[in-house]
Design a protein around this ligand. Structure first.
Ligand code: HEC
Length: 400
């Protein structure tokens, strides 16, 4: 048996002792233990996921039509589930680390000014993301693997099934029956009552009082009683990276067409993103081992058996062994310097955008589909260097 499978076993004893703290499962708002996240029961239902073509906006960064929330499609959520009322906090994550000794310190991407803006800083982590955080602020600098490990621990501790939401469950819960651009409607002047938002690139219609990340729950909740479903920090979901909804499941399950997929979807937008990139429909892909100072998570708990929910044991599935990128050439060194911090091993690249040379070159030149994803390299390195890296990627992936 792989060593990781035994990892949480000693905690079973603790879970039996703590069983008595649970509130009645029927209670729509509950917590399974004193350190556990407060959960809200989300009823079953149906909703339209994504953006209709008529409402499509241009991506504010690339200027291209943003079609990654299309086609809009109906999703049926057949089973009620419980979702965190708030994003998981620093204190809640600290309880997990304290209890297990789990190592969630692997550096964190930092956003800086100028070229090479995104850098992996090896000394930063959830405890020290590069700025001071209060215990009741959402934890950041945690990868999807860290978040799933946290939910596996919660499951052991409480005897319940905790995991992360699928994109569909996330969007359904965030919209809470609303159909406007935001859960409070379309009026931006009301945004500061409901969300910790960044107006940096628009005339600010209001002031929310928090220039950066806010403690959880400072703003009014949506109709389901969930706080901060827009902004504060991005939130992990379990779905593999897909550039649009062609072929997406319609039963609320996570879209995992490859168990080992490296890119996973993140939702909600963060306080450092402009408001147009911070809505219920905005989505971006992130390497699942990646961390960022504006990326955290919110947990899901199943209520009864739910076959559409991805079990948290995904966290303990042994990962495909990381292959190293060869660096014995100029192209290899360029890749290591510019790309390897996010694309940790060649398995990360699956050809989501296409596998022809033009697609790869354009992607490196202009960046990924949206703001939280892959940066554009045209202002950072020369056209000749982009050409070298393109050739290198094509060769490593056998895409020639
Ligand atoms: C800050 C993190 C980051 C850096 C640095 C980065 N990427 Fe990416 N990359 C991403 C993300 C996130 C995606 C997902 C695409 C999206 O949704 O925009 C991606 C997607 C890709 C894809 C397409 C995915 C696939 O399945 O084929 C390729 C190819 C790629 N990157 C190559 C590169 C190369 C080459 C470099 C260096 C010049 C680089 N990336 C630098 C984050 C990064």
């Amino acid at each position: 048996m792989p060593a990781q499978a035994n990892y949480f076993r000693p905690l079973l004893v603790a879970s039996l002792l703590l069983g008595a703290c649970s509130n009645a499962p029927q209670d729509p708002v509950f917590s399974d233990c004193p350190d556990c996240p407060v959960m809200v029961t989300i009823p079953a239902g149906r909703f339209m996921m994504g953006t209709a073509v008529a409402d499509r906006a241009d991506d504010p960064v690339s200027g291209r039509p943003n079609a990654n929330e299309e086609p809009q499609h109906e999703v049926t959520i057949a089973q009620p589930f419980a979702l965190g009322k708030y994003e998981v906090t620093v204190a809640q994550f600290a309880a997990f680390i304290q209890d297990t000794g789990y190592n969630a310190s692997q550096g964190c991407i930092q956003l800086r000014e100028g070229p090479g803006r995104l850098r992996l800083d090896p000394v930063l982590d959830w405890r020290n993301p590069g700025f001071k955080q209060a215990d009741d602020e959402p934890v950041v600098c945690v990868s999807l693997d860290h978040a799933l490990a946290y939910t596996a621990w919660l499951s052991e501790k409480t005897g319940q099934n905790y995991t992360l939401p699928s994109e569909a469950q996330w969007e359904y819960a965030a919209k809470a029956g609303s159909t406007g651009r935001y859960f409070w409607g379309d009026d931006l002047s009301r945004a500061c009552d409901y969300a910790n938002v960044n107006f940096s690139q628009e005339p600010p219609p209001c002031d929310d009082g928090y220039p950066d990340i806010a403690p959880v729950g400072q703003f009014q909740p949506n109709a389901f009683g969930l706080h901060d479903t827009i902004s504060n920090v991005w939130e992990w979901t379990t779905d593999c990276g897909h550039k649009n909804y062609e072929g997406a499941p319609t039963d609320g399950s996570a879209w995992i067409d490859d168990e080992n997929c490296q890119l996973r979807m993140i939702r909600s937008g963060g306080v450092r993103n402009i408001l147009t990139r911070t809505t219920h429909v905005v989505r971006a892909g992130r390497p699942k081992t990646g961390t960022a100072p504006n990326l955290g998570f919110r947990v899901l708990r199943t209520l009864g058996a739910d076959p559409t929910v991805t079990p948290a044991v995904a966290a303990t599935v042994p990962r495909e062994a990381a292959k190293a990128w060869p660096v014995d050439s100029e192209a290899g060194r360029l890749f290591k310097a510019n790309c390897a911090q996010c694309h940790t091993d060649p398995n990360t690249l699956k050809g989501v955008y296409g596998t022809d040379v033009d697609t790869i070159r354009n992607l490196i030149t202009d960046g990924g589909n949206n703001i939280m994803s892959m940066p554009a390299f045209k202002d950072r390195i020369s056209a000749a260097e982009i050409e070298l890296i393109t050739g290198y990627v094509m060769q490593q992936k056998d895409w020639n």
